[in-house]
Design a protein around this ligand. Structure first.
Ligand code: BES
Ligand code: ZN
Length: 612
């Protein structure tokens, strides 16, 4: 066995799967997908082939041409990170059909009952496959080193519709064979169902596989962009307004990084339990509704996910140990787009928030400095547990450092060449460094590349942004330590990001009375902007200001975005004493667990079990 990815059973001596044809029959009454997957390998194979699965029941494996059974075994030993190994024993075969079922607790899927949605009338289900959850939907070589094309037939109730990270082909009535024998509930039988067909003709890593099914509508926002969301006019209208500038950003991306290769760039706004801000699923980016608030941040998240169209989706990290190649490049690219469409001050504010975040992560990982490196060792590590700002912000800082060294025009040329050289490939840090040294001769004498990629902590040549607004906000935050509250005229022009930065720079523990006074003047706890609200509530918890615990509870119940759950639960339970807070955290989680995506459930469980 020759592993190529610490998070996958994929064996590098086996051929890769190049295409998967999926048939998925959605049973909302049991939260199960009855499925088949036709896998095509790059070449016929004889002997064992290793596939990743998690919580799947495998019914049969047959030869795709002759339909004769193929021996298989699903390991009874389940690795808590990798899942269960499926071994298929092939004899000179390149195409085989696996029949299987997902389980209601598939780690990639969140099944929402009607009351958990915006429109309250229909169920909804959606995927989140990054980092290693595609295997809980279908058996695959679930490593970004593999790239697959796919097709999918999605069989769903007629009242619903489906979107995917793929081209929509048609919506049609099921054929006789698709009637739904898997389901014995008469209301779900054939005449109440439709099949939606999709194809993804470009090879993508499995973590970019995505679908959502529900009562979904859309609005046009640009020549290659629609925004999709649950069929609630107010949500759709707000989303269409928020993302009106998307085409401008795509054009800017093309100027900087080369042609947009994915044809369409649609957006899907999910229910509030979506565990991330955004997910770069190709052709159909997934977004949290918390970014829709009528300021610059919605566009920033879109700029980030758009930038992944080049860095991440075209050039992909070979495995999660090189995750910075995805997120560091994308954070750099996002800020270049933001700089053009929103101006240098906005971009600097972004860099400042990131810089503070990076410095805070050094504190979080002080006992585990491995995760302050760009290139990390992840054997035996769950990538969801070590998700942090480091690959984003240290990666950004590294690329920004190179830009400063060689100048922007040369760096822009380098980036374009990097993308055109490696597109549709999965690469590692070493490959990047070799390419860098080849194309910028002598760079290793100017920048300590090894310290940046292999070293812990923040290298001395990293930089805080230089901007008047940024400096002003940081010094106001320092003055708060001496008891000076910002005056109304000083904050008159502040939007959410200015407040976020200010609050992030306040000392973690101040007098409870100071916290209440700040809120009395500026109503931060009730902010509609979750970045501001959560930054404030974090301070309230760390200062022991119990008046705000009601608001903390409400927030933990309203949203499932891990960026908010992580700090709020952590601040409640970490540190000595805190008995009341621990009880609160445990109760709120118990009451709300089922409303979080399974990935978020796992992350909160890890936080609570570490501290309780
Ligand atoms: N690809 C990530 C989200 C992700 C990372 C999901 C790792 C699962 C595992 C996405 O592009 C992202 O970075 N989202 C950010 C948006 C932000 C940086 C603008 C988020 O969700 O906060
Ligand atoms: Zn990203």
């Amino acid at each position: 066995m020759a592993p190529i990815d610490p998070h996958s059973y994929t064996d590098s001596t086996h051929p890769f799967t190049t295409h998967i044809a999926l048939s998925l029959y959605f049973d909302f009454s049991s939260s199960i997908i009855h499925s088949s997957a036709l896998l095509s390998l790059s070449s016929p194979h004889t002997g064992d082939l290793s596939l990743d699965t998690r919580a799947l029941s495998i019914t049969s494996v047959v030869d795709a041409e002759t339909l004769t059974p193929i021996p298989f075994s699903l390991s009874s030993e389940i690795d808590s990170i990798k899942g269960a190994l499926l071994t298929v024993s092939l004899s000179n075969q390149a195409r085989f059909l696996i029949s299987f079922e997902t389980s209601p607790n598939s780690s990639a899927l969140q099944w929402l009952s009607p009351p958990q949605t915006f429109n309250k009338t229909s169920p909804f289900v959606y995927t989140q496959c990054q980092a290693i959850h595609a295997r809980s939907i279908f058996p695959c070589q679930d490593t970004p080193a593999a790239r697959i094309k796919y097709s999918a037939k999605i069989n769903i109730p007629r009242t619903l519709s489906a979107v995917m990270s793929a081209r929509h082909v048609e919506r049609r009535v099921p054929t006789a064979g698709e009637a739904g024998s898997a389901c014995d509930d008469s209301i779900w039988c054939a005449e109440n169902r439709v099949v939606e067909e999709f194809v993804m003709e470009q090879p993508i890593p499995p973590y970019l596989f995505a679908f959502a099914v529900g009562e979904i509508s859309h609005r046009e926002v640009g020549p290659r962009t629609r925004v999709y969301a649950e069929s609630v006019p107010s949500v759709l209208d707000a989303a269409a307004t928020e993302f009106a500038g998307t085409e401008d950003m795509i054009r800017q991306g093309e100027k900087l990084f080369g042609p947009y290769d994915w044809e369409r760039f649609d957006l899907l706004v999910l229910p509030p339990s979506f565990p991330y801000g955004g997910m770069e699923n190709p052709r159909m980016v997934f977004l949290t509704p918390t970014v829709i608030k009528g300021d610059a941040t919605g566009a920033q998240v879109v700029a980030h996910e758009l930038a992944h169209s080049w860095t991440g989706n075209l050039i992909t990290n070979k495995n999660n140990e090189h995750f910075w190649l995805n997120e560091g490049f994308t954070t750099y690219a996002e800020r270049r787009i933001v700089e053009v469409v929103q101006g240098e001050d906005r971009a600097a504010l972004n860099i400042g928030i990131g810089w503070k975040g990076l410095n805070d992560e050094m504190e979080r990982f002080k006992d585990n400095m491995e995760f302050t490196k760009l290139k990390t060792q992840q054997e035996g590590v769950d990538p969801d547990d070590v998700y942090s700002q480091v690959p984003y912000e240290k990666g950004f800082q590294f690329l920004w450092r190179i830009e400063r060294q060689i100048g922007r025009p040369a760096f822009d040329e380098f980036l374009k060449k990097y993308i055109s050289t490696f597109k549709f490939q999965s690469i590692d840090t070493e490959t990047f460094l070799v390419f860098l040294k080849e194309n910028i001769p002598g760079i290793e004498k100017e920048i300590n590349l090894e310290l940046w990629t292999e070293g812990t902590g923040i290298p001395p040549d990293a930089l805080a942004p230089e901007s008047k607004l940024y400096t002003q906000i940081v010094s106001l935050a320092y003055e708060f330590r001496n008891g000076r509250m910002p005056k109304e005229d000083e904050v008159a022009d502040w939007g959410g990001q200015e407040w976020e930065l200010y609050l992030e720079f306040l000392p973690k523990s101040v007098e409870a009375s100071q916290i209440s006074a700040l809120d009395a003047r500026y109503q931060l706890a009730e902010s509609k902007d979750y970045e501001v609200k959560v930054a404030f509530l974090q301070l309230a918890i760390s200062s022991g200001c119990r008046d705000y615990y009601g608001e903390v509870e409400k927030t933990l119940k309203e949203v499932g975005r891990m960026k908010y759950l992580r700090p709020l639960y952590t601040y409640l339970v970490q540190g000595p004493g805190k008995e009341e807070e621990k009880i609160l955290a445990k109760r709120v989680f118990a009451e709300n667990r089922a409303c979080y995506h399974p990935i978020a459930q796992g992350v909160v469980e890890a936080i609570l079990s570490k501290h309780l």
